[in-house]
Design a protein around this ligand. Sequence first.
Ligand SMILES: Cc1ncc(COP(=O)(O)O)c(C=O)c1O
Length: 328
Amino acid sequence: MKSRTDRVLASAVEAIGNTPLVELARLTKGMDGRILAKMEYLNPGLSKKDRIARQIIEEAEAQGALKPGQTVVELTSGNTGTGLAIVCAVKGYPFVAVMSKGNSMERARMMSALGAEVVLVDQLPGSRPGQVSGGDLELVEKATRKIVLERSSFRANQFRLQGNQRAHYLHTAREIIQQSGGSFHAFCDFAGTGGSFAGCAAAFKEYNPLIRCFIVEPEGAAVLAGKQATNPNHRIQGGGYSMASLPLLRPEHVDGHLQVSETEAIRTARRLAKQEGIFAGFSSGANVAAALQLLKGECRGSTIVVLLCDSGLKYLSTDLWDSSPLPD
Ligand SMILES: Cc1ncc(COP(=O)(O)O)c(C=O)c1O
Protein backbone atom coordinates (compact mmCIF):
# COMPACT_ATOMS: atom_id res chain seq x y z
CA MET A 1 0.00 0.00 0.00
CA LYS A 2 1.44 3.35 -1.01
CA SER A 3 0.96 6.15 1.50
CA ARG A 4 -0.99 9.18 0.33
CA THR A 5 1.49 11.46 2.09
CA ASP A 6 4.74 10.42 0.43
CA ARG A 7 4.23 12.14 -2.95
CA VAL A 8 2.36 14.94 -4.71
CA LEU A 9 -1.14 13.80 -5.66
CA ALA A 10 -2.94 14.87 -8.83
CA SER A 11 -6.13 15.90 -6.96
CA ALA A 12 -8.16 15.48 -3.77
CA VAL A 13 -9.69 12.36 -5.38
CA GLU A 14 -6.29 10.68 -5.12
CA ALA A 15 -6.26 11.50 -1.41
CA ILE A 16 -9.24 9.21 -0.79
CA GLY A 17 -8.47 6.05 1.21
CA ASN A 18 -5.31 4.73 2.87
CA THR A 19 -6.62 5.90 6.24
CA PRO A 20 -4.84 4.92 9.48
CA LEU A 21 -5.85 1.94 11.64
CA VAL A 22 -5.59 2.67 15.37
CA GLU A 23 -6.00 0.55 18.48
CA LEU A 24 -8.60 1.83 20.97
CA ALA A 25 -6.45 0.76 23.91
CA ARG A 26 -7.87 3.33 26.35
CA LEU A 27 -11.48 2.28 25.74
CA THR A 28 -10.67 -1.40 26.17
CA LYS A 29 -8.43 -0.95 29.24
CA GLY A 30 -9.00 -3.83 31.65
CA MET A 31 -10.94 -5.83 29.05
CA ASP A 32 -9.87 -9.09 27.47
CA GLY A 33 -9.37 -8.21 23.79
CA ARG A 34 -8.58 -5.38 21.38
CA ILE A 35 -10.48 -3.05 19.05
CA LEU A 36 -8.79 -1.76 15.88
CA ALA A 37 -10.53 1.23 14.33
CA LYS A 38 -10.14 2.48 10.75
CA MET A 39 -10.13 6.29 10.75
CA GLU A 40 -12.42 6.81 7.78
CA TYR A 41 -13.29 10.31 8.97
CA LEU A 42 -9.86 11.40 7.71
CA ASN A 43 -10.97 11.10 4.08
CA PRO A 44 -11.24 14.44 2.16
CA GLY A 45 -15.03 14.57 2.63
CA LEU A 46 -14.70 13.45 6.27
CA SER A 47 -16.34 10.05 5.69
CA LYS A 48 -15.85 6.55 4.32
CA LYS A 49 -18.33 7.36 1.55
CA ASP A 50 -15.67 9.23 -0.47
CA ARG A 51 -14.41 5.77 -1.38
CA ILE A 52 -17.66 4.63 -2.96
CA ALA A 53 -18.17 7.95 -4.75
CA ARG A 54 -14.82 7.53 -6.49
CA GLN A 55 -15.39 3.85 -7.28
CA ILE A 56 -18.93 4.34 -8.65
CA ILE A 57 -17.95 7.32 -10.83
CA GLU A 58 -14.78 5.69 -12.17
CA GLU A 59 -16.59 2.42 -12.95
CA ALA A 60 -19.34 4.36 -14.75
CA GLU A 61 -16.71 6.27 -16.76
CA ALA A 62 -14.96 3.02 -17.70
CA GLN A 63 -18.25 1.38 -18.73
CA GLY A 64 -19.43 4.43 -20.71
CA ALA A 65 -22.48 4.75 -18.44
CA LEU A 66 -21.44 8.30 -17.55
CA LYS A 67 -20.74 10.71 -20.42
CA PRO A 68 -18.40 13.72 -20.17
CA GLY A 69 -20.27 16.62 -18.57
CA GLN A 70 -23.38 14.55 -17.77
CA THR A 71 -25.22 15.41 -14.55
CA VAL A 72 -24.81 12.96 -11.67
CA VAL A 73 -27.68 12.54 -9.17
CA GLU A 74 -27.94 10.57 -5.94
CA LEU A 75 -29.98 10.28 -2.82
CA THR A 76 -27.81 10.74 0.24
CA SER A 77 -27.83 11.14 4.00
CA GLY A 78 -25.03 13.61 3.26
CA ASN A 79 -21.86 11.55 3.24
CA THR A 80 -22.17 9.88 -0.17
CA GLY A 81 -23.29 13.25 -1.51
CA THR A 82 -20.21 14.93 -0.10
CA GLY A 83 -17.98 12.27 -1.65
CA LEU A 84 -19.76 12.63 -4.99
CA ALA A 85 -19.53 16.43 -4.78
CA ILE A 86 -15.74 16.14 -4.37
CA VAL A 87 -15.29 13.59 -7.17
CA CYS A 88 -17.67 15.48 -9.51
CA ALA A 89 -15.98 18.84 -8.78
CA VAL A 90 -12.58 17.42 -9.68
CA LYS A 91 -13.81 15.54 -12.76
CA GLY A 92 -16.16 18.23 -14.06
CA TYR A 93 -19.63 16.69 -13.66
CA PRO A 94 -22.57 18.75 -12.35
CA PHE A 95 -23.92 16.99 -9.23
CA VAL A 96 -27.36 17.06 -7.63
CA ALA A 97 -27.64 15.70 -4.06
CA VAL A 98 -31.13 14.77 -2.88
CA MET A 99 -31.39 14.63 0.91
CA SER A 100 -34.03 14.44 3.62
CA LYS A 101 -34.54 17.55 5.71
CA GLY A 102 -34.13 15.18 8.68
CA ASN A 103 -30.35 14.92 8.17
CA SER A 104 -28.06 17.42 9.85
CA MET A 105 -27.73 20.69 7.96
CA GLU A 106 -23.91 20.76 8.15
CA ARG A 107 -24.07 18.16 5.43
CA ALA A 108 -26.21 20.24 3.08
CA ARG A 109 -23.97 23.26 3.60
CA MET A 110 -20.83 21.23 2.97
CA MET A 111 -22.22 19.76 -0.27
CA SER A 112 -23.28 23.23 -1.50
CA ALA A 113 -19.84 24.59 -0.68
CA LEU A 114 -18.36 21.80 -2.81
CA GLY A 115 -20.47 22.93 -5.77
CA ALA A 116 -23.38 20.50 -5.49
CA GLU A 117 -26.99 21.48 -6.07
CA VAL A 118 -28.75 20.28 -2.91
CA VAL A 119 -32.43 19.36 -3.10
CA LEU A 120 -33.96 18.96 0.36
CA VAL A 121 -37.02 16.72 0.73
CA ASP A 122 -39.64 17.15 3.48
CA GLN A 123 -39.97 14.36 6.04
CA LEU A 124 -43.19 12.41 6.54
CA PRO A 125 -45.77 14.17 8.72
CA GLY A 126 -44.87 13.37 12.34
CA SER A 127 -41.17 12.65 11.62
CA ARG A 128 -38.61 14.64 13.55
CA PRO A 129 -35.41 16.32 12.29
CA GLY A 130 -32.39 14.19 13.22
CA GLN A 131 -34.47 11.01 12.91
CA VAL A 132 -34.68 9.84 9.29
CA SER A 133 -36.84 6.73 8.83
CA GLY A 134 -37.21 4.32 5.92
CA GLY A 135 -40.46 6.15 5.13
CA ASP A 136 -38.63 9.48 4.91
CA LEU A 137 -36.08 7.82 2.65
CA GLU A 138 -38.84 6.60 0.31
CA LEU A 139 -39.84 10.22 -0.24
CA VAL A 140 -36.21 11.08 -1.05
CA GLU A 141 -36.07 8.10 -3.46
CA LYS A 142 -39.18 9.35 -5.28
CA ALA A 143 -37.75 12.86 -5.65
CA THR A 144 -34.42 11.41 -6.86
CA ARG A 145 -36.07 9.31 -9.58
CA LYS A 146 -37.98 12.34 -10.83
CA ILE A 147 -34.82 14.46 -11.11
CA VAL A 148 -32.90 11.65 -12.86
CA LEU A 149 -35.63 11.43 -15.53
CA GLU A 150 -36.04 15.18 -15.94
CA ARG A 151 -32.32 15.80 -16.41
CA SER A 152 -31.27 12.59 -18.23
CA SER A 153 -28.74 12.09 -15.48
CA PHE A 154 -26.50 9.30 -14.29
CA ARG A 155 -27.83 7.89 -11.02
CA ALA A 156 -24.95 6.96 -8.72
CA ASN A 157 -27.24 4.45 -7.04
CA GLN A 158 -25.48 3.52 -3.80
CA PHE A 159 -28.08 0.92 -2.78
CA ARG A 160 -27.67 -1.04 -6.03
CA LEU A 161 -24.39 -0.35 -7.85
CA GLN A 162 -21.66 -2.90 -7.11
CA GLY A 163 -19.08 -0.08 -7.03
CA ASN A 164 -20.31 0.63 -3.51
CA GLN A 165 -19.27 -2.70 -2.02
CA ARG A 166 -16.31 -3.02 -4.43
CA ALA A 167 -14.74 0.17 -3.02
CA HIS A 168 -14.55 -1.54 0.37
CA TYR A 169 -13.66 -4.98 -1.05
CA LEU A 170 -10.77 -3.62 -3.12
CA HIS A 171 -9.51 -0.94 -0.75
CA THR A 172 -10.89 -0.57 2.81
CA ALA A 173 -10.68 -4.28 3.64
CA ARG A 174 -7.33 -4.87 1.95
CA GLU A 175 -5.82 -1.89 3.76
CA ILE A 176 -7.09 -3.33 7.07
CA ILE A 177 -5.60 -6.77 6.33
CA GLN A 178 -2.26 -5.20 5.45
CA GLN A 179 -2.18 -2.74 8.36
CA SER A 180 -3.11 -5.38 10.96
CA GLY A 181 -0.97 -8.12 9.46
CA GLY A 182 -4.27 -10.00 9.14
CA SER A 183 -4.36 -10.70 12.87
CA PHE A 184 -7.95 -9.99 13.82
CA HIS A 185 -10.90 -12.27 14.47
CA ALA A 186 -14.09 -10.28 13.91
CA PHE A 187 -15.63 -7.28 12.18
CA CYS A 188 -18.86 -5.51 13.06
CA ASP A 189 -20.52 -2.77 11.03
CA PHE A 190 -23.57 -0.52 11.24
CA ALA A 191 -25.46 -1.02 7.98
CA GLY A 192 -27.02 1.66 5.81
CA THR A 193 -26.78 0.41 2.24
CA GLY A 194 -24.76 -2.53 3.60
CA GLY A 195 -21.98 -1.72 1.10
CA SER A 196 -19.21 -1.39 3.69
CA PHE A 197 -20.24 -4.62 5.39
CA ALA A 198 -20.61 -6.49 2.07
CA GLY A 199 -17.25 -5.44 0.63
CA CYS A 200 -15.26 -5.87 3.84
CA ALA A 201 -16.90 -9.17 4.79
CA ALA A 202 -16.28 -10.62 1.30
CA ALA A 203 -12.58 -9.70 1.41
CA PHE A 204 -12.11 -10.80 5.03
CA LYS A 205 -13.75 -14.19 4.43
CA GLU A 206 -11.68 -14.73 1.30
CA TYR A 207 -8.55 -13.97 3.33
CA ASN A 208 -9.57 -16.05 6.35
CA PRO A 209 -12.99 -17.76 6.48
CA LEU A 210 -12.74 -17.83 10.29
CA ILE A 211 -13.07 -14.03 10.58
CA ARG A 212 -16.59 -13.49 11.96
CA CYS A 213 -18.67 -10.65 10.52
CA PHE A 214 -21.56 -9.04 12.39
CA ILE A 215 -24.21 -6.57 11.19
CA VAL A 216 -24.97 -3.75 13.62
CA GLU A 217 -28.44 -2.17 13.76
CA PRO A 218 -30.21 0.29 16.04
CA GLU A 219 -32.23 -1.23 18.86
CA GLY A 220 -35.85 -0.92 17.75
CA ALA A 221 -34.97 -1.02 14.02
CA ALA A 222 -33.22 -4.39 13.75
CA VAL A 223 -35.13 -5.72 10.75
CA LEU A 224 -32.08 -7.43 9.18
CA ALA A 225 -31.96 -9.48 12.39
CA GLY A 226 -35.58 -10.44 11.70
CA LYS A 227 -37.08 -8.20 14.40
CA GLN A 228 -40.03 -5.81 14.15
CA ALA A 229 -39.18 -2.14 13.72
CA THR A 230 -40.56 -0.52 16.87
CA ASN A 231 -38.44 2.66 16.67
CA PRO A 232 -37.66 3.39 13.00
CA ASN A 233 -37.06 7.08 13.83
CA HIS A 234 -33.78 6.60 15.71
CA ARG A 235 -30.93 9.14 15.87
CA ILE A 236 -28.06 7.04 14.45
CA GLN A 237 -27.76 8.83 11.10
CA GLY A 238 -26.51 7.03 7.98
CA GLY A 239 -28.20 3.68 8.40
CA GLY A 240 -30.69 1.49 10.23
CA TYR A 241 -33.39 2.28 7.67
CA SER A 242 -35.56 -0.75 8.57
CA MET A 243 -35.20 -2.20 5.05
CA ALA A 244 -35.69 -5.94 5.34
CA SER A 245 -33.43 -6.63 2.39
CA LEU A 246 -30.40 -4.76 1.10
CA PRO A 247 -29.41 -5.70 -2.47
CA LEU A 248 -25.65 -5.53 -1.83
CA LEU A 249 -25.66 -7.81 1.24
CA ARG A 250 -24.70 -11.48 0.89
CA PRO A 251 -26.43 -13.39 3.70
CA GLU A 252 -23.76 -16.12 3.68
CA HIS A 253 -21.25 -13.54 4.96
CA VAL A 254 -23.34 -12.58 8.00
CA ASP A 255 -22.30 -14.51 11.11
CA GLY A 256 -24.52 -12.61 13.50
CA HIS A 257 -26.50 -9.49 14.36
CA LEU A 258 -25.94 -6.94 17.10
CA GLN A 259 -28.15 -4.14 18.35
CA VAL A 260 -27.04 -0.85 19.83
CA SER A 261 -29.30 1.69 21.51
CA GLU A 262 -29.13 5.37 20.62
CA THR A 263 -27.79 6.22 24.06
CA GLU A 264 -25.11 3.50 23.81
CA ALA A 265 -24.02 4.91 20.42
CA ILE A 266 -23.95 8.48 21.75
CA ARG A 267 -22.21 7.56 25.00
CA THR A 268 -19.56 5.60 23.08
CA ALA A 269 -19.01 8.44 20.56
CA ARG A 270 -18.44 10.77 23.53
CA ARG A 271 -16.01 8.30 25.13
CA LEU A 272 -14.16 8.01 21.80
CA ALA A 273 -13.70 11.79 21.83
CA LYS A 274 -12.74 12.14 25.51
CA GLN A 275 -10.61 9.01 25.94
CA GLU A 276 -9.18 8.32 22.48
CA GLY A 277 -9.07 11.82 20.94
CA ILE A 278 -11.30 10.58 18.13
CA PHE A 279 -14.02 13.00 17.01
CA ALA A 280 -16.45 10.78 15.10
CA GLY A 281 -20.20 10.51 14.51
CA PHE A 282 -23.15 8.50 15.84
CA SER A 283 -22.56 5.41 13.69
CA SER A 284 -18.89 5.23 14.70
CA GLY A 285 -20.14 5.21 18.28
CA ALA A 286 -22.54 2.41 17.34
CA ASN A 287 -19.75 0.35 15.75
CA VAL A 288 -17.46 0.69 18.75
CA ALA A 289 -20.33 0.03 21.19
CA ALA A 290 -21.09 -3.18 19.26
CA ALA A 291 -17.41 -4.20 19.36
CA LEU A 292 -17.41 -3.65 23.14
CA GLN A 293 -20.49 -5.91 23.38
CA LEU A 294 -18.61 -8.60 21.45
CA LEU A 295 -15.55 -8.32 23.70
CA LYS A 296 -17.75 -8.70 26.77
CA GLY A 297 -19.59 -11.63 25.20
CA GLU A 298 -19.00 -14.14 22.45
CA CYS A 299 -15.70 -12.65 21.19
CA ARG A 300 -13.97 -12.24 24.57
CA GLY A 301 -10.20 -12.35 24.05
CA SER A 302 -10.45 -11.46 20.34
CA THR A 303 -9.36 -8.56 18.17
CA ILE A 304 -12.31 -6.77 16.56
CA VAL A 305 -12.12 -4.40 13.58
CA VAL A 306 -14.53 -1.46 13.12
CA LEU A 307 -14.87 1.53 10.82
CA LEU A 308 -15.07 5.07 12.19
CA CYS A 309 -17.48 6.15 9.47
CA ASP A 310 -17.51 9.93 9.62
CA SER A 311 -16.47 13.02 11.52
CA GLY A 312 -18.10 14.44 14.62
CA LEU A 313 -17.98 17.81 12.87
CA LYS A 314 -20.99 16.67 10.83
CA TYR A 315 -23.13 16.67 13.98
CA LEU A 316 -22.32 19.95 15.67
CA SER A 317 -25.95 21.05 15.26
CA THR A 318 -27.30 17.85 16.84
CA ASP A 319 -27.44 16.66 20.44
CA LEU A 320 -24.46 14.31 19.94
CA TRP A 321 -22.11 16.72 21.70
CA ASP A 322 -24.57 18.11 24.29
CA SER A 323 -23.19 17.94 27.78
CA SER A 324 -26.60 16.86 29.09
CA PRO A 325 -26.50 13.48 30.88
CA LEU A 326 -27.85 10.41 29.09
CA PRO A 327 -30.36 7.97 30.57
CA ASP A 328 -28.90 4.60 31.66
C1 LIG B 1 -22.29 8.07 8.93
C2 LIG B 1 -22.60 6.78 8.24
N1 LIG B 1 -22.50 5.64 8.93
C3 LIG B 1 -22.80 4.45 8.38
C4 LIG B 1 -23.26 4.37 7.07
C5 LIG B 1 -23.61 3.03 6.51
O1 LIG B 1 -22.68 2.57 5.58
P1 LIG B 1 -23.10 1.60 4.41
O2 LIG B 1 -24.02 2.36 3.50
O3 LIG B 1 -21.84 1.21 3.74
O4 LIG B 1 -23.82 0.45 5.04
C6 LIG B 1 -23.39 5.54 6.32
C7 LIG B 1 -23.92 5.50 4.96
O5 LIG B 1 -24.27 6.49 4.37
C8 LIG B 1 -23.05 6.77 6.90
O6 LIG B 1 -23.17 7.93 6.23
